[in-house]
Design a protein around this ligand. Structure first.
Ligand SMILES: N[C@@H](CCC(=O)N[C@@H](CS)C(=O)NCC(=O)O)C(=O)O
Length: 240
């Protein structure tokens, strides 16, 4: 069965958390909006098609798996985790990994709101003063609180080095993406924080070394970070 991932074609964004899980699993998938227009590709088709389902998604990403149409990044990962051994089988473990992922959802929303603190529909240039205030709090308090929490989770998990201990889950892949995104957007803040995040950085490094992920990262399928995505590098928001 080939999955169909529907997401914006030119950014990593939230779709990247799904792409990483699909790539790690070696799953067959089509990144639909990145295909040609004759195959339903392009941004226009993405938004035109999103409501064409009994369970329409509010916003991309969404994943089509046969008759299933699944929206919300964490929900898609819940599905893929169970299908591809990227989550524990038992209920307590599945809920825990979902919790780890939902906390990444919160972090991602806050990272986005740094450059759009007033409104999604406004340009960054129209909310720069508010963004500077928001960025200061995000850099000095929120990044530390979120990443410090994952560090504590890793410390408690002990053996194995992954968030749940011995086995890699989709939440580890997502933590990799968060570290990469924050390094891109807030390199100075991350340099200050990383000495206290040894376990988080070790997860980032271990994910990057996984054969399927390493192949993906060096392929053209991996879209570069940019100031169009969720993690944006605006030097004025990350002073040295
Ligand atoms: N909570 C959702 C958020 C989805 C979301 O905000 N998608 C963005 C792109 S990353 C979007 O296209 N939003 C359009 C909108 O909210 O109108 C998730 O985690 O998947």
């Amino acid at each position: 069965m080939t999955y169909h991932l529907h997401y914006w074609p030119t950014i990593q964004g939230r779709g990247e958390f799904v792409r990483l899980a699909l790539e790690e699993a070696g799953a067959a998938y089509v990144d639909v909006a990145r295909g040609g227009k004759d195959e339903g590709g392009g941004e226009r088709a993405l938004m035109a098609d999103i409501g064409d389902h009994d369970h329409p998604s509010f916003a991309p990403p969404y994943l089509v798996d046969g008759k299933l149409v699944i929206g919300q990044t964490a929900n898609i990962l819940l599905h893929l985790g169970a299908r591809h051994g990227l989550a524990p089988k038992g209920e307590a473990g599945r809920l825990w990994v979902n919790q780890l992922q939902l906390t990444i959802t919160d972090l991602v929303a806050e990272a986005h709101d740094v450059h759009h603190p007033v409104g999604m529909g406004l340009y960054y240039e129209d909310q720069k003063a508010e963004a500077a205030r928001r960025a200061e709090e995000f850099r000095t308090q929120r990044m530390k609180k979120y990443l410090g929490w994952y560090e504590t989770v890793l410390e408690k998990a002990q053996k194995g080095g992954w968030l749940t201990g011995a086995d890699l889950t989709y939440a580890d892949l997502s933590l990799f993406q968060v570290v990469e995104g924050l390094r891109y957007a807030f390199p100075h803040a991350m340099k200050r924080l990383e000495p206290k995040l040894k376990r988080v950085v070790a997860v980032r490094d271990a994910v990057a070394e996984r054969p399927n992920i390493a192949a993906y990262l060096s392929s053209e399928r991996r879209i570069p970070f940019s100031t169009e995505g969720i993690f944006r590098a605006y030097p004025e928001l990350d002073p040295a």
